[in-house]
Design a protein around this ligand. Structure first.
Ligand code: 6PG
Length: 475
C-alpha cells in the first residue's frame, strides 16, 4: 500500500481534485470505471505529483493505506450508489468513503446509515468552486462522523482555499449536513445570479451599453459588493462573440438551465417551512425563462410598458441599483442560513453558522466580501436571523430607499424584478408588527372551522359563522 488517498472518477472535477492533492505532496491513487480516462489523466498530468493509477477496484483497494480514504467524484444519483456498491466488498472496518458530488442530502443520510452499519465511514462532502476551484483550492463542506474528520480533515483543509491562513473547510456535522450546506450554497448562488441578472437588465433598460454596464459591475466589485460573481459578470458583459462580432450576451438564448440543486433547496425549505422566497423566485425565474412555448403565447397577447427606463441622473440610478443588489443579497444569505439552522434543529446537526460563513469566504462560487461580516456577526453571538445583526440591519436601513425606488421604477417600466421584489417583501413582512395572517385565519375559520387564536386569551376559538356569529372556545 503506497497511496494515502484515492480519487474515483477522472472526469474534470475528479482529475482536478486529484491533481490538487498531488500538488500538495499527497500520494494519490486514481481510478475510473472507464480506464481510458485514468490513462488520459496520467498522460497529461501524471508528472504533477505522485499518482498511483489503478485499473480495477481491487488494485485501488490494495494501493491504499488504512484506513482507506476514497473520494468519489462521480455523477450524483444512481451512479454514486453503483460505485459505492462496487467498492464495498474491498473495504475494511474503519475505511472512509467520501462523496464529493452534488448529492441530495437525504441520499447522503441513507448512504451514511448503510455504511455505518457495515463498519465504514461515509462522508458527504459539498465541494464548491467548479473546475478551477477543484484544482486550485475549493471550499469543502464535509459531513459525517468526528472520527472520519480526524482522519480526513487535515488533508481536505490543506487542499482547500484559504483566507488569511484559515482553510475554507470545516467539519459541518453528522450524516447529510455537509451536502445540505452545499445545497443551500447553491440556492444562494441561484439568488445571487438572479439579482445580477435583474441589475443587468435594468442597466440595459436605462440605455447602458454592455461596456458601460461592465464598468459599473467592475466598480461595484471594489466595494461592499466585492464578490466572485460580480467580478465575472464584467467579463461576461465584455465578451464579444467571434462569429458575429456582437456581444456574446446578445447571442446567448435567454433560457436558463439548472441541474436541480436550487430546486432541492426550495423543496426542502417547503418541508421545513422555511421562507426562502428569494431562492424560490430565482428557481421560478429560470423555469419561466425556459418555458418558451408559454412565453411565445403570452408575447402574442399581453400588453404593457416596453421595458425602457428614462434615467436623468445615471449616477443616482446606479447607486440605487447597488443598494438593491446589496440588500437583496443580504436577504438571500439570511434566508439560506436560516434554512441551515432550521435543518440543524430538525436533524440534530448543531451546525456552527460562523463556521459556514467562514468556509464560504473563498474557493466557492458565492464567495464574497459580505461573508466576512456574516462570519463576524455569527461569531459574536447567537442570532435568530442574520438580519438582527446591527451592521446588517443598519446596512438595510441605509439601502432601503434606493431598493424601493429601483423596484418601483422597474415595475412601472415593465422590467421584471422577481428577486428584488421577493427580497423587499420578506424584509417588510418580518419587520411588520402585524402581517395580514389574521385575515387568512378569519377566512379559514369561516369556510372550514379551522379555528384561530386570540391576541388577548389563551386557547383556540371558532366563530359560529353560519349561526348567530357568537364565538366558542375549541379544545
Ligand atoms: C459550485 C457550483 C456547482 C455547479 C452548480 C450549477 O458550487 O461549484 O454550484 O455545484 O456549477 O451545480 O448549478 P446549476 O446547473 O443548477 O445552475
Amino acid at each position: 500500500a503506497s497511496a494515502e488517498i484515492a480519487v474515483v472518477g477522472m472526469a474534470v472535477m475528479g482529475s482536478n481534485l486529484a491533481r490538487n492533492l498531488g500538488r500538495h505532496g499527497y500520494r494519490v491513487a486514481v481510478y475510473d470505471h472507464w480506464a481510458d480516462r485514468t490513462v488520459a489523466m496520467m498522460e497529461k498530468n501524471g508528472d504533477e505529483g505522485t499518482f498511483v493509477p489503478s485499473g480495477t477496484v481491487e488494485d485501488l483497494a490494495r494501493s491504499l493505506e488504512r484506513p482507506r480514504r476514497i473520494i468519489l467524484l462521480v455523477k450524483a444519483g444512481e451512479v454514486t450508489d453503483q460505485v459505492i456498491d462496487t467498492l464495498l466488498p474491498h473495504l475494511e472496518e474503519g475505511d472512509i468513503v467520501v462523496d464529493g458530488g452534488n448529492s441530495f442530502f437525504e441520499d447522503t443520510r441513507r448512504r451514511e446509515a448503510k455504511l455505518r452499519e457495515l463498519g465504514f465511514h461515509f462522508v458527504g462532502a459539498g465541494v464548491s468552486g467548479g473546475e478551477v476551484g477543484a484544482l486550485e483550492g475549493p471550499s469543502i463542506m464535509p459531513g459525517g462522523s468526528t472520527e472520519s474528520y480526524e482522519a480526513l480533515g487535515p488533508m481536505l483543509e490543506d487542499i482547500s482555499a484559504h483566507v488569511d491562513g484559515e482553510p475554507c473547510c470545516t467539519h459541518i456535522g453528522p450524516d447529510g449536513s455537509g451536502h445540505f450546506v452545499k445545497m443551500v450554497h447553491n440556492g444562494i448562488e441561484y439568488a445571487d445570479i438572479q439579482f445580477i441578472g435583474e441589475a443587468y437588465e435594468l442597466l440595459s433598460a436605462a440605455g447602458f451599453s454592455h461596456e458601460e454596464a461592465a464598468g459599473v459591475f467592475e466598480e461595484w466589485n471594489t466595494g461592499d459588493l466585492d464578490s466572485y460573481l460580480i467580478e465575472i459578470t464584467a467579463d461576461v458583459l465584455r465578451q464579444i462573440d467571434a462569429k458575429t462580432g456582437e456581444p456574446l450576451l446578445d447571442v446567448i438564448v435567454d433560457a436558463a438551465g439548472m441541474k436541480g440543486t436550487g430546486t432541492w433547496t426550495v423543496q426542502t425549505a417547503l418541508d421545513l417551512a422555511t421562507p426562502v422566497n428569494t431562492i424560490a423566485e430565482s428557481v421560478f425565474a429560470r423555469a419561466v425563462s425556459s418555458h418558451t412555448t408559454l412565453r411565445r403565447s403570452a408575447q402574442r397577447v399581453l400588453t404593457g410598458p416596453g421595458g425602457t427606463l428614462e434615467v436623468e441622473d445615471r449616477a443616482a440610478f446606479v447607486a440605487d441599483l447597488r443598494d438593491s443588489l446589496w440588500a437583496s443579497k443580504v436577504i438571500a444569505y439570511a434566508q439560506g442560513l436560516d434554512q441551515i439552522r432550521m435543518a440543524g434543529e430538525e436533524y440534530g446537526w448543531d451546525v456552527d453558522m460562523a463556521e459556514v460563513a467562514k468556509i464560504w469566504r473563498a474557493g466557492c462560487i458565492i464567495r464574497a466580501e459580505l461573508l466576512n461580516r456574516i462570519r463576524d456577526e455569527y461569531a459574536g453571538g447567537d442570532l435568530e436571523t442574520l438580519l438582527e445583526a446591527p451592521s446588517v440591519s443598519d446596512g438595510l436601513a441605509r439601502c432601503q430607499d434606493g431598493w424601493r425606488r429601483t423596484i418601483g421604477r422597474a415595475v412601472q417600466a415593465g422590467v421584471p424584478v422577481p428577486g428584488f421584489s421577493a427580497a423587499v417583501a420578506y424584509y417588510d413582512m418580518v419587520r411588520a408588527p402585524r402581517v395580514n395572517a389574521a385575515m387568512t385565519q378569519g377566512l379559514r375559520d369561516y369556510f372550514g372551522a379551522h379555528t384561530y387564536r386570540r391576541t388577548d386569551a389563551e386557547g383556540s376559538f371558532h366563530t359560529l359563522w353560519s349561526g348567530d356569529r357568537s364565538e366558542i372556545t375549541v379544545d
